[in-house]
Design a protein around this ligand. Structure first.
Ligand SMILES: Cc1ncc(C[n+]2csc(CCOP(=O)(O)OP(=O)(O)O)c2C)c(N)n1
Ligand code: SF4
Ligand SMILES: [Mg+2]
Length: 317
């Protein structure tokens, strides 16, 4: 379909010289339902926890009226990272561990979008560990949901950075003896301004955490336990009341602005607490960069981007 740009919006044309059809006002648009936003049939194993996270993302899109052109779903590589394939909207299935730098560029250059990043524990804390720390400390506005199954699923059962001590895998046939990363502590210490924990077995809670994260102005991180039924079955039974476990919410009296209290919560042994551990406001990199750009633009007499660039090139001559 050809299109024409009017006041920054792309309007569809029905023929070469046809009058552009004005876009519908947001209030006249119908919320997108699962059938409107589900793409390819998910190729996860039957029973995989990732199905539940995807279903709740669809719910979020419907409930918060995120339009097709505003959906931005980024991922790295892994079973969980196949996520953008299954969403009918903009997105990228990027390089293993490199989803956050890609998402950072999108977030900073497109302030009208809320970028969602989904991925696995290996993607986030092994190969992508450095990007995790730097995106968090820069407080770049986006929501990062790590679907933690405590194993490498796609590559068929290697030890991941969150695998518990004693976990037997193809890389640790004798049982893992390396101390696992605690994603919540890692997020808080790296400077994430919103840190929450949930589990795929509690759909209402997953949706509530995604909504709160989306409303946060900054880097919002959610550790979502998501069972790999193929290579780590039963890993989260202790937090699932249907399997005899206990789902314990963050205590009501917890102060979410208290960093040390958040650490103490994060330090509790498995299955731990679920809910928002930490949430504070700090200027985002998005805001800081926008200010630098507008200050500079004002200084150079509000020249167009290409004129500023030309001036820089001229200085290099
Ligand atoms: C640069 C690079 N290194 C290694 C791999 C192989 N690889 C693909 S996915 C993956 C780990 C997946 O584990 P995780 O991120 O926890 O996702 P899951 O499959 O468990 O959802 C690895 C090591 C790769 N694709 N690219
Ligand atoms: S291997 Fe595990 S993580 Fe991957 S789709 Fe199957 S159950 Fe899910
Ligand atoms: Mg994993």
């Amino acid at each position: 379909m050809s299109s024409i740009a009017i006041s920054g919006t792309s309007l569809p044309r029905t023929g070469l010289n046809a009058t552009p059809i004005p876009p519908l006002a947001d209030s006249d648009r119908k919320p997108l339902m699962k059938k409107d936003v589900s793409a390819d049939h998910p190729t996860w194993c039957p029973g995989c926890g990732d199905f539940s996270v995807l279903a709740l993302y669809f719910k979020l899109i419907e409930k918060r009226r995120i339009w097709h052109e505003k959906i931005m779903t980024v991922a790295g590589i892994g079973c969980s990272s196949r996520f953008p394939y299954f969403v009918q909207g903009h997105g990228a299935h990027f390089i293993h561990g490199r989803a956050l730098p890609f998402a950072s560029g999108v977030s900073i250059s497109r302030p009208d979008l809320h970028v969602f990043v989904f991925g696995g524990d290996g993607d986030a804390f092994s190969i992508g560990g450095n990007h995790f720390s730097h995106t968090a400390r820069r407080n770049i506005k986006m929501t990062y949901v790590v679907m933690d199954n405590m194993v490498y699923g796609l590559t068929k059962k290697q030890t991941s950075p969150t695998s518990p001590i004693g976990f037997k895998s193809k890389t640790d046939v004798w049982g893992n003896f390396d101390r696992p990363i605690n994603p919540m502590k890692q997020a808080i210490s790296s400077g994430a301004t919103f840190v929450a924990r949930t589990t795929h077995t509690n759909p209402n809670h997953v949706l509530a955490m995604m909504e709160a994260a989306m409303d946060h102005n900054g880097f919002s991180f959610i550790e979502c336990l998501s069972e790999c039924v193929e290579f780590y079955e039963g890993a989260f039974d202790n937090s699932n009341p249907r399997k005899g476990g206990k789902f314990v919410e963050v205590p009501k009296e917890h102060d979410i602005t208290d960093e040390y209290a958040a650490y103490r919560l994060a330090d509790e042994s498995a299955p731990g607490n679920f809910g928002i551990f930490y949430k504070v406001d700090r200027p985002t990199k998005n805001e800081n960069e926008t200010k630098v750009i507008s200050d500079h633009r004002a200084k150079v007499g509000n020249l167009a981007d290409w004129q500023i660039l030309q001036k820089s090139f001229d200085r290099m001559k």
